[in-house]
Design a protein around this ligand. Structure first.
Ligand code: SF4
Length: 338
């Protein structure tokens, strides 16, 4: 029912939002492994950075560990979407673990760039966040050649052997604008700085940020659904504020919405990070409806059709078990470069 106090209250719902192809594949890999091999299935690190997803998979028999030495010898372990360094692969092999590598193909693409530039003896500047699993994995591909730069404020500290032989690459989930500023400053210091062959910030990160930029100037408040350790979710909150949202809050669950945030608010923007299942967004919308925000308008700025096939060895086992009639429900696709 529309009343004087609810009239004009509306939600602008960003699209694309939520699951990207890499997250969908990684979560599916754990689900299919549980169904096919049975519990427990060990997972190194959070399969994707989302509390709800990790708790749901734990209830079904996934055991999340920090390192492979916590996995019993000979057991099966899934590597997360964020990727692992070669050292982790070696540790797993030394323990005789059966591995399912759910590293997103777009992260693998960055790993390959690192290997190639290291082989050509470049100094590689990895723009990314120290301590993030993806950055640790990429850095581990060529630790002698890679230095991490967290943002524009660290550009002054970069030291290279030969300013004519420097290249930058990046984490896949950064703020596009901040990364471009970091690169601009790097290029001021090293005019011969080479670019990576393709964009490292992935299509999903870029699309979610672009949608938020369109909505943000129109909203008093932007709610970003996503976990605190999800890089791309945290970036969405920052992008919303930079693009003109009156305020922005990140929540894991609808129950975290503080009614005080909604005082005097007429338009709320809603989006979600690339590791967030849609059910959590639906719950946020229901919660906002309780506060009079019943009018929901989706603002779509791109349509995504990318899917990734399951990890090869899992796909082969599923096919083998299904025999003649069996198919992985995903069709293998070529690696995408976005
Ligand atoms: S955010 Fe991008 S790089 Fe990360 S899993 Fe999703 S598609 Fe892959």
């Amino acid at each position: 029912m529309t009343t004087e106090t609810t009239r004009g209250k509306r939600i602008l719902l960003a699209a694309p939002r939520g699951y990207c192809a890499g997250v969908d594949r990684a979560v599916d890999a754990v689900e299919q492994a549980l169904a096919h091999y049975g519990a427990p299935i060990y997972v190194r690190k959070e399969i994707v950075h989302n509390k709800y997803v990790v708790e749901a998979l734990s209830r079904r028999g996934a055991i999340f560990v920090e390192e492979t030495d916590e996995v019993p010898e000979g057991a099966r372990v899934v590597f997360s979407a964020h990727g692992v360094s070669p050292a982790v692969h070696e540790q797993a092999a030394a323990r005789g673990l059966d591995t399912i590598d759910a590293t997103c193909p777009l992260v693998t693409k960055v790993h390959k760039q690192a290997v190639r530039f290291a082989r050509d003896d470049y100094d590689i500047i990895l723009v990314g966040h120290t301590g993030h699993e993806e950055v640790e994995g990429t850095q581990g591909e060529a630790p002698e050649h890679i230095q991490v730069v967290n943002g524009p404020h660290e550009v002054d500290q970069v030291q290279v052997r030969d300013p004519e032989r420097v290249v930058w690459i990046s984490q896949t989930t950064l703020s596009v604008d901040e990364t471009m500023e970091t690169v601009r400053l790097l290029r001021e210091r090293f005019p011969a700085l080479s670019d990576p062959p393709g964009e490292d910030i992935c299509y999903a990160t870029q699309n979610r940020q672009a949608a938020v930029k369109v909505i943000a100037p129109q909203v008093d408040l932007m709610i970003v659904v996503g976990s605190g350790n999800s890089s791309n979710s945290v970036r969405l909150k920052e992008v919303a504020l930079d693009a003109g949202a009156g305020a922005s809050h990140r929540v894991d669950f609808a129950s975290e919405i503080d009614p005080a945030w909604l005082e005097g608010v007429r338009t709320v923007g809603v989006t979600s990070g690339a590791s967030v299942p849609e059910i959590l967004v639906r719950e946020v919308i229901e919660r906002l409806a309780e506060h009079g925000f019943e009018d929901v308008e989706e603002v779509r700025t791109a349509t995504e059709r990318i899917t990734f096939s399951l990890p090869k060895n899992l796909r082969a086992d599923l096919r083998g078990a299904a025999g003649e009639q069996g198919h992985d429900r995903r069709q293998p696709v070529a690696d995408h470069t976005c």
